[in-house]
Design a protein around this ligand. Structure first.
Ligand code: F6P
Length: 329
């Protein structure tokens, strides 16, 4: 829509669940904007701060010494008020009084849905950066935070494996992902899991139990099951309950990794992705792009319409589950 509309000032916010590398992205956006003589404003607490006018101008020093930090210096939130027109109207007034006509949104699909609506209603050039540990957005091979989160999960599961092995136990480990199984899939494969349960694919639980009973017969008692929190049987505790009922001899423990996966210093990869995409968010705005998300596909920058990025999501092919099964025999 706003092709070639000159960007006067840029606002930047982080929204939804935080992810390691968001600070690196903020730094890249701020410094690229300043390099191009564009004023840049940090909006606190996502859309909530935009509505409540928690907006401060940033300079290149404001983002010094943050590239290595997890979390987000702008804080984040999930705003209910932004879902109403009145909320978005207030948000627009706060941008207008500062002459901000470009907005960079770092977040996941929920954050992009809000941006899409807002951009269209108020003629604000919105551009998204995929900041989510879930890696469930289409139009990009990578999302800021996934690499760090999945490596945190792998490190934790490796530790669990030591004690699991010492006791000949079955462990059901739950990783994050309410709607997405990428952390479970990657961390499960990387730690040699026997089974991986994710929301995207149907699990034949009878087959999982059959496999465990068969392994019990041949004295293979060390078994690792990695589940995403949003899988169909109620996460690790739900799966453990079914196993205890149907394979009562199993010595089983549950570990829910939880929010440790969202924190910590971002990996080198996440810092580089965030810096690369952050630079191109500003470049995109300068060149008239709006209503799009910046992504990286085959190591090249791509802009994808919010619509496609949200609706298509990332799919996990069923063949992955075949690979998992074969590698765990
Ligand atoms: O979207 C990222 C994510 O970490 C999901 O994997 C998880 O289901 C959700 O956020 C948890 O959100 P909250 O921190 O609000 O509990």
């Amino acid at each position: 829509m706003n092709d070639r509309q000159k960007i006067r000032s840029i606002g930047i916010l982080t929204s939804g669940g935080d992810s390691p590398g968001m600070n690196a992205a903020i730094r890249a956006v701020v410094r690229t904007a300043i390099y191009n003589n564009i004023r840049v404003y940090g909006i606190m607490r996502g859309y909530a701060g935009l509505i409540e006018d928690e907006i401060n101008e940033l300079n290149s020093r404001s983002v010094a010494n943050i590239i290595q930090r997890g979390g987000t210096i702008l804080k984040t939130a999930r705003s209910k008020d932004f879902m109403n027109y009145e909320g978005r109207q207030k948000a627009f007034e706060n941008l207008k009084k500062r002459d901000i006509n470009g907005l960079v949104i770092i977040g996941g699909d929920g954050s992009f849905k809000g941006a899409q609506l807002f951009g269209k209603e108020f003629n604000i050039n919105c551009i998204g950066l995929p900041g989510t540990i879930d890696r469930d957005i289409a139009g990009t091979d990578v999302t800021i935070g996934f690499d760090t989160a999945v490596n945190t999960a792998v490190e934790a599961i490796d530790k669990i494996r030591d004690t699991m092995d010492a006791h000949d136990r079955l462990f059901v480990v739950e990783v994050m992902g309410r709607d997405a199984g990428y952390i479970a899939l990657y961390s499960g494969i990387a730690t040699g899991a026997e089974n991986i349960l994710i929301p995207e694919t149907k699990t034949d639980i009878e087959d999982v139990i059959k496999g465990l009973l068969e392994k019990e017969k041949r004295k293979k008692l060390v078994n690792l099951i990695v589940v995403a929190e949003g899988e169909e049987f109620g996460g690790a505790n739900g799966v453990a309950k079914i196993i205890k009922e149907q394979a009562p001899n199993t010595d089983l423990r549950v570990c829910v990794l939880g929010h440790i996966q969202r924190g910590g210093s971002p990996s080198c990869a996440d810092r580089v992705y965030a810096s690369h995409m952050g630079y191109y968010a500003v470049e995109g705005l300068i060149h008239g792009k709006s209503n799009v998300m910046v992504g990286i596909i085959n190591n090249k920058i791509h802009y994808t319409n919010f619509d496609a990025a949200i609706k298509l999501k990332q799919k996990i092919g069923q063949e992955w589950m075949k690979i998992v099964k074969i590698l765990a025999i």
